[in-house]
Each structure stands twice: as structure tokens, then as C-alpha cells.
Design a protein around this ligand. Structure first.
Ligand SMILES: [Mg+2]
Length: 383
């Protein structure tokens, strides 16, 4: 297997050479070289975009301190948000952030104007984007009105759900056979089972792609190990997502986050071919292959026949750190060649161009897109 890469800093490298938007970060082969660990923590804290930690590097960092700080940064608690509000810092910070990442609803006309002469392709994260974040990950149901909005969007545009969840699980939630699904952070891709839309002839219809299939037995084993090792931590929930494992800590008391982080790292030290990443209230264990939601986006565009095309406008909506890989791909495509929309009520470091506050706003954006397309087609018929 080809060596994969994680983001670690190269001390003294000029910012112009860095592939991460943050100065001082570049791509190194995995596992990282000896001694890189401590500096990596410093840069990642400054970066805030993507926390990636190979099991080997976890050992170098040596302790719960980095893990807990990082967990707090990516998973702010209500108490922390309330403290910031009381300090009066929120409004000012948010206003400045909104200038950099304006509402996709407020800039709707600008977004659809960019699609002139292009085919829109929709990419939607699931948790926190189409469904609310809830304490029990098994109960993250989407509303029927959201399902209808997604179904309407898919009638007009090729639409994919891109999630960290197991593909079967996310399909159980969404229940729309006409969509493309990319589960396990894009490591499990399948085209629509049902051909009911205008793009039914798309090449991706029958596609199945699983670039991490050789890791299946290892993921099974690690899942069992993590269930066992976190059993004594109240509230911890381990989810087998087929090609990755999620350790949810939404219901774990913050005082126990350090112990949880250490337990997970201790298991991963025995699996150097797996890496630890972090999302919103979740630790993610994934194969070290260089594949993520951004790669899945590119793969699906390619499968749909849009490789290296300028007549396509991918629109990606997501709320998590793992969605940043897709936002980066869209940013690299250049001005007017892709739209990244972060779902967040709070200012966050992001490569997305626009923002929406919550799933309700995502639904409003989807419905406006459907209505715009309907009127656009009606105008064309009158000409
Ligand atoms: Mg999400």
C-alpha cells in the first residue's frame, strides 16, 4: 500500500511551500518523523482546521493534555459558549466572521449566478447538516420535511450524501434511493439504487468504490477493542462505521475526556496503520490511506463525467472538521468553480466560503435552490 500522509509541521519551511492554509504546515509521509510530535501540536492548535494524529505521534505527544485541549477546541460545551456570551465577545467575533463567511441565504443570488452555464452537483453531510446533533447518535433522525427537500433537490441536481457514518446506516436515516452515498468519510461510495431523476443516465449510477476494503478485519478488531476499553467510561459510545470507528464523547463528562482520549490512543498504538482524527464531540479512527471527503467529492465528480470540467458547480454543505477536506478541494478549484458552505452557529476556522447556522437554514437553502431551478426552467420554456 502506498504511504499515506498526515499534516505535520516542517520547522523553518517558508509559508509559500505549505499545503495547509496555515503557515508552517506541510505534508509529511506517515508515520511522522521522530520528534515531530510536539511541534505538530503547536501548529495544529494555531491551525484549528484538521487535527490528525497517527498512533505513533500520539505516543510522542505523551499524555492527555494535548488530547483534552484539542477535544475542547473542537467540541465547545454549552458552559463555554455561555461564558463567551457573558464576556460580550461573541457578537463582535461573529460579525467579523460573517464578513469572511457570509450567509449562503443572504448571498443566494450570487451563488446561483455562479452556476450560469454550469451543472450544479450537490454534496450534503448528514449529522448536523440534515439532522440535528443529538446525544444518542442512533437517534439522529432527519425530519420528513427535510427528506422532502432533499428529494426535491435530487430531482433537479445529482445529489450525494457524504458522511462519516457507515453507508448503510446513513441510508437508513435518509431513505432516498435516488441519491449517491459516500459513507465512512468517503471510503464507501455507491451510486443510486433507483433511477428516477433527470441525471439517471449518469455514469456513476452503478458505481461502488471501497478504497479501504483491506482494512475491514482490522477495523472490526479495533472496534471490539475500543468497546471493551471504553466500557468503564460513562457515556462513551463506540460506533462501527465499517471502514472507520467513531468514539462519541457527547455524553461523557468533560472531566473524563482525558481518560477517554488516553484509552483510545493506547489501543491505537498497536495499530500503526490506523490514525486518529477528531470531529465534533467524536474521536474518529480511520485507515491511514490518503482518502477523505474531499477525495470522495472528486471521485464522484469524475464518475459523473465532470473530471476537469469547468461546466460544473459542486456545492458542498457540512458542519464538521472532516468536511474541511471537501471545502479545500472546492477552494483549490478556483473562483466560481465550487461553493463550500459551513453549517455553524459559532465562528470556526474554515475553508468554506459561506455559512448557514443550522439544519433549518440548510433546508431553506435547498428549497430556494429548487424554486430557483423551477423558475429558471419556466423562463427557458417561454423563450
Ligand atoms: Mg456533520
Amino acid at each position: 500500500m502506498a504511504k499515506s500522509s498526515v499534516a505535520v509541521p516542517e520547522v523553518g519551511v517558508p509559508a509559500a511551500q505549505a499545503s495547509c492554509p496555515c503557515p508552517g504546515t506541510t505534508l509529511f509521509p506517515y508515520p511522522p518523523p521522530r520528534g515531530a510530535g510536539i511541534a505538530a501540536a503547536v501548529v495544529r492548535r494555531k491551525c484549528g482546521l484538521q487535527v490528525e494524529l497517527g498512533a505513533g505521534a500520539a505516543g510522542l505527544l505523551g499524555g492527555a493534555c494535548w488530547g483534552v485541549e484539542s477535544m475542547r477546541a473542537s467540541s465547545p460545551t454549552h458552559a463555554k459558549a455561555a461564558a463567551a456570551l457573558a464576556a460580550g465577545a461573541v457578537d463582535e467575533e461573529r460579525a467579523a466572521w460573517m464578513v469572511r463567511h457570509p450567509s449562503a441565504l443572504g448571498k443566494f443570488e450570487q451563488i446561483v449566478a455562479a452556476s450560469e452555464g454550469k451543472r450544479i452537483v450537490m454534496f450534503l453531510d448528514y449529522d448536523g447538516t440534515l439532522s440535528p446533533i443529538v446525544d444518542d447518535p442512533d437517534a439522529a433522525f432527519m425530519s420528513e420535511t427535510m427528506r422532502m427537500a432533499v428529494r426535491s433537490v435530487a430531482k433537479h441536481f445529482p445529489t450525494a450524501i457524504v458522511s462519516g457514518r457507515c453507508r448503510d446506516k446513513v441510508f437508513e436515516f435518509v431513505k432516498l434511493a435516488e441519491l449517491y452515498y459516500a459513507g465512512s468519510h468517503g471510503m464507501d461510495i455507491k451510486g443510486p439504487a433507483k433511477a428516477s431523476s433527470r441525471h439517471a443516465k449518469a455514469k456513476a449510477k452503478g458505481v461502488v468504490f471501497q478504497p479501504a476494503s483491506e482494512f475491514l478485519p482490522m477495523i472490526e478488531e479495533v472496534h471490539e477493542r475500543l468497546v471493551e476499553t471504553t466500557r468503564c467510561i460513562p457515556g462513551a459510545k463506540v460506533e462501527n462505521n465499517k471502514f472507520c470507528v467513531s468514539v462519541h464523547f457527547r455524553c461523557v463528562h468533560e472531566k473524563m475526556w482525558g481518560e477517554l482520549s488516553e484509552s483510545v490512543k493506547a489501543v491505537l498504538r498497536e495499530y500503526p496503520k490506523l490514525r486518529l482524527t477528531q470531529g465534533r464531540m467524536v474521536l474518529e479512527v480511520r485507515p491511514t490511506i490518503k482518502w477523505d471527503k474531499g477525495k470522495a467529492l472528486e471521485f464522484l465528480l469524475d464518475s459523473l463525467g465532470f473530471a476537469d470540467c469547468s461546466n460544473v458547480l459542486p456545492v458542498y454543505i457540512g458542519d464538521d472538521r472532516t468536511d474541511e477536506d471537501a471545502f479545500k478541494v472546492l477552494r483549490r478549484r478556483g473562483q466560481g468553480q465550487g461553493v463550500g458552505i459551513l453549517v455553524s452557529k459559532h465562528p470556526k476556522e474554515t475553508t468554506a466560503s459561506y455559512s448557514l447556522q443550522e439544519p433549518a437554514e440548510v433546508m431553506e437553502f435547498l428549497l430556494r435552490l429548487v424554486e430557483w431551478k423551477r423558475l429558471y426552467r419556466a423562463r427557458l420554456r417561454l423563450q
